[in-house]
Design a binder for this molecule. Structure first.
Ligand SMILES: Cc1ncc(COP(=O)(O)O)c(C=O)c1O
Length: 395
């Protein structure tokens, strides 16, 4: 008789231990469930609800019409790198050489993976803040290093307190990883906070990776990048991209600017694993930098209106909500309902067809929080909030 898998014990895993040890993304399981349901209002997705502005789409079509379907330089089109470096200088007050200090990548996702793999050896520690983007701890572990989270708190508007960061620094710490405006809280760092964090990096000889993917979506005053503080340019890698500010998630274009030795190291991995980002995506990104400012600002003003509405509605339900200063997420505290975030999110989905992401997806301290994206229409926000209000009154 043939032996089935059930007859014998499972064979030992063939997968590398550090990959086997990675948890599945909490968000993925949840959204598998959402996909099976009809009439769901999703406040769960972390991407703009706008279609890429027409001028950018037209540039993509034109690129194809011209027959631009080849590889580019591994580093990316020089014209795009030049435009990126000009843009970074004008908006973040730090100058980079487009030939030696800039690389175009397949989204910020690739740039993050490249720099972590280029820098880290087994046992190195990376300090970062939690809650954070779901990929951070996983990418650190994939580089065989140790993730060391610092919990950011509601009473500090989810900003990173420099003293709490300092306490996590050990002789094994090599990197500090930052993302402000933050996914999932919308928190930002003030200039003073950036200056204090920069001082810790300089004093302890640390490298800072700053993921600035939401930086155009900053609603109050924007401070220059941490890369522009004294002593920081040579120890900072600045990551940015086009997904959020220009509604270009599907184009998969990002970039990194940083010291030549680190860009060279990223380039070594990129040239063997990715070759280059797609040429039509790069040409579209160039158009975004050259002519996309108005569309970008229009989308931002729409997000701002939605933010004001959703924050007001959550606070009126006693789900206290810090007024986020950036990105397009709110992170309300649901402890007044007595439910934990996984149960809250699953029950809300099943009973009221509204999808939100449980705070536990963004780190261990998220059980009293949910993340809601306001990159959805005002009508959907109104309807979702009415349903959430009903849900709470029935708990
Ligand atoms: C903080 C953060 N970094 C990076 C990414 C990935 O960006 P990209 O589309 O450029 O790969 C996201 C996407 O949600 C994000 O929230």
């Amino acid at each position: 008789m043939m032996k089935t898998m059930n007859d014998s014990k499972l064979p030992p895993s063939r997968v590398a231990k550090h990959i086997d040890a990675l948890p599945n993304s909490g968000i993925r399981d949840f959204f598998e469930l959402v996909m099976t349901m009809d009439d769901v209002i999703s406040l769960g997705v972390g991407e703009p609800d706008f279609v890429t502005p027409w001028g950018i789409r037209e540039a993509t079509i034109y690129s194809l019409e011209k027959g631009h379907t080849s590889y580019t330089s591994n580093l990316g089109l020089l014209s795009l790198r030049q435009a990126v470096c000009r843009y970074v200088k004008e908006n973040y007050s730090v100058s980079y050489d487009p030939v030696q200090e800039c690389i175009i990548t397949v989204g910020v996702s690739e740039a993050l993976d490249l720099i972590l793999r280029a820098l880290l050896e087994p046992g190195d520690e990376v300090v970062y803040h939690e809650p954070c983007y779901v990929s951070y701890p996983a990418c650190i572990q994939m580089a065989q290093a140790i993730p060391v989270p610092v919990t950011t708190k509601q009473e500090n508007n989810f900003s990173l307190v420099a003293d709490e960061l300092r306490q996590k620094v050990t002789p094994k710490t090599k990197v500090v990883l930052l993302n402000f405006p933050n996914n999932p809280t919308g928190a930002v760092l003030t200039c003073d906070q950036k200056s204090e964090i920069a001082k810790i990096a300089v004093d302890n000889d640390l490298i800072v990776i700053t993921d600035e993917i939401y930086s155009e979506l900053t609603y109050e005053d924007q401070c220059k990048s941490i890369a522009a503080f004294p002593g920081m340019k040579n120890r900072t890698v600045f990551l940015h991209g086009f997904s959020k500010a220009y509604a270009m998630t599907g184009y998969r274009i990002g970039y990194a600017c940083g010291p030549k030795d680190l860009i060279d190291a990223m380039m070594k991995i990129h040239q063997y694993s990715m070759l280059c980002a797609s040429i039509m995506g790069q040409e579209a990104a160039l158009e975004a930098l050259q002519h996309g400012k108005n569309d970008r600002e229009l989308m931002k003003s729409e997000y701002l209106m939605r933010r004001n509405l959703i924050v007001k509605r959550f606070n009126s339900l006693n789900l206290t909500c810090v007024n986020p200063q950036g990105a397009f997420y709110v992170y309300p505290n649901i402890s007044s309902t007595g439910l934990d975030s996984d149960f809250f999110a699953k029950s809300l989905l099943q009973e009221k067809n509204v999808a939100v992401v449980p705070g536990t997806a963004f780190g261990n301290h998220g059980k009293n929080y949910i993340r809601c994206s306001y990159a959805v229409s005002i009508d959907d926000i109104e309807l979702a909030m009415t349903r959430i209000s009903e849900f709470i009154s029935e708990v």
